[in-house]
Write a protein that binds this ligand. Structure first.
Ligand code: BES
Ligand code: MN
Ligand code: MN
Length: 462
């Protein structure tokens, strides 16, 4: 522990500067305008793995963006940790809401991060958290403390659904063989109270299109006499929740796992302050499904949310028009046992059935994935908890998260191994939002905690 601490102290400025360089490359996977930057980021990750001491580092081409692979196999009789992360980032927009440019990282102090935080798109999700693993590996190599084998698999399409990673995993069972998968791409409760993510929600993402007349029409000449696709879409979307904020799609809740009252009581023990929650978001009240509290609504319950809705005239001034078409992007967060493909089907059937005569409706599925839950009695969980306990001075609390990393369920299915989600981000780090940042404290704490995970995982595996 002392040697870990002193190595981090000695090299922390370089660790920060290297991450800043990586954050300067705008690896936005959703937008083809950034195509070359995404590829350049893969090359930068490859170089960083080589420099840290990985062998057999390669760029694995896929039908989309490449996967960076590297390994250090020290002894086949020792356990193998597979580290997964992603080097792609979310689009930075709305860009005008950033207080400094998203790809020009700067360190600023905040109330929650008095030691400073790096502001940049991807700082927390996931370049910063992924890079902690590269630096922790460097540390173990340099201090001769790597206690087992390690493999790295860093992809560039997580933010767009990991479609090609799925194929890669299916085709590379032997190469990716491991005893535990380690990921830092989630969060923790606070810098005083670490937590380990024990659940992720699944996802079904769809786009809908409502078409009325064959062209945009004068809203005076035609208004009232034809169906207005935007009015209709708004009505259809509104009907997807009832007065208790229950989702109205028939069969939607059929497989939802209901937690026992004991399990819910256990969840309620995690520190949470409703006033602070509201204050952080400038809300006068919370909102959600009847019968559940906030921390249940955003983790163990499935949801349906419009992520974007458009159509008609949205430019300056007023234009009197009935649009020919209206559109929306809708995500459904799912819980374990809900099959995402089944949910997509149920949505499609129900949504098209809602369309009145006078419009046609199309549903286009985007991507999806299964949810995940992991037990807290596994060696991996125990090792993670021991590591956090040592670096934070208090044990970690298990928490089910509302976010999704769909590939985690696939790892279990294909590679038959459990994933340990050691996240070091905070909810206030604004991932996917303007002004995303990652605390310097969190970054360095991560680099300190990860080697201890390896140590305890190997000890407990004996
Ligand atoms: N790292 C996030 C997921 C996350 C964040 C989980 C915080 C738990 C806590 C990941 O990069 C992400 O954004 N996933 C997407 C899903 C993906 C299929 C686009 C998500 O959750 O929206
Ligand atoms: Mn992520
Ligand atoms: Mn993300």
């Amino acid at each position: 522990m002392e040697s870990i601490k002193s190595y981090v102290q000695q090299h922390k400025d370089r660790f920060i500067n290297e991450l800043i360089e990586l954050l300067k490359i705008p690896s936005v996977s959703a937008d083809t305008a950034y195509c070359q930057d995404v590829i350049d980021t893969a090359d930068a990750v490859k170089a960083s793995l080589e420099k840290a001491g990985c062998d057999n580092v390669e760029i694995c081409e896929t039908a989309g963006y490449p996967i960076v692979y590297g390994e250090k196999m020290i002894d086949p009789s020792l356990p193998t940790v597979l580290v997964y992360g992603h080097y792609d980032v979310q689009p930075p927009d709305p860009i005008e809401l950033w207080t400094s440019p998203p790809f020009e990282p700067v360190i600023k102090k905040t109330e929650i991060h008095p030691e400073g935080a790096i502001f940049a798109r991807g700082a927390c999700d996931d370049k910063g958290q992924m890079y902690m693993h590269v630096k922790a590996f460097e540390l173990m190599m340099q201090t001769n403390t790597l206690p087992c084998n390690v493999k790295f698999m860093i992809e560039g399409e997580e933010e767009v659904g990991s479609v090609n990673l799925k194929t890669f995993v299916e085709n590379n069972h032997e190469k990716l063989k491991n005893d535990v998968i380690l990921i830092s791409d989630t969060g923790m409760i606070s810098n005083q109270q670490p937590s380990i993510t024990t659940g992720l929600r699944g996802l079904s993402y769809v786009e809908v299109e409502v078409t009325g007349p064959n062209r945009d029409l004068h809203s005076g000449l035609y208004g009232g006499a034809v169906a207005n696709p935007i009015n209709i879409l708004a009505k259809m979307v509104a009907s997807l929740h009832d007065e208790n904020n229950h989702i109205t799609i028939p069969g939607f809740y059929d497989n939802v796992e209901e937690l026992s009252l004991e399990e819910r009581a256990e969840m309620a023990k995690a520190p949470f302050n409703l006033d602070n929650y509201k204050k952080a978001l400038d809300l006068n009240d919370i909102y959600g499904e009847k019968g559940y509290v906030t921390n249940e609504r955003n983790s163990i319950r499935p949801t349906l949310d419009v992520n974007g809705i458009w159509g008609g005239y949205t430019g300056e001034g007023a234009k009197t028009v009935i649009a020919s078409q209206a559109f929306a992007k809708i995500s459904m967060r799912l819980v374990p046992n809900q099959e995402w493909e089944n949910i997509t089907e149920l949505f499609t059937k129900h949504f098209t059935s809602l369309a009145p005569a006078g419009v046609t409706v199309k549903v286009k599925p985007h991507h999806g994935g299964q949810g995940y839950v992991t037990p807290i009695d596994s060696i991996g969980y125990k090792a993670a908890n021991m590591a956090y306990t040592e670096t934070f001075g208090v044990p970690a609390i298990p928490v089910r998260s509302g976010g999704s990393i769909p590939i985690v369920a696939l790892f279990e299915k294909e590679l038959k191994s459990k994933t340990i989600l050691m996240g070091f981000g905070l909810d206030s780090d604004a991932i996917h939002s303007p002004n995303e940042h990652f605390g310097i404290f969190n970054y360095l704490k991560g680099i300190e905690t990860i080697p201890l995970f390896y140590k305890y995982f190997v000890e407990l595996s004996k």
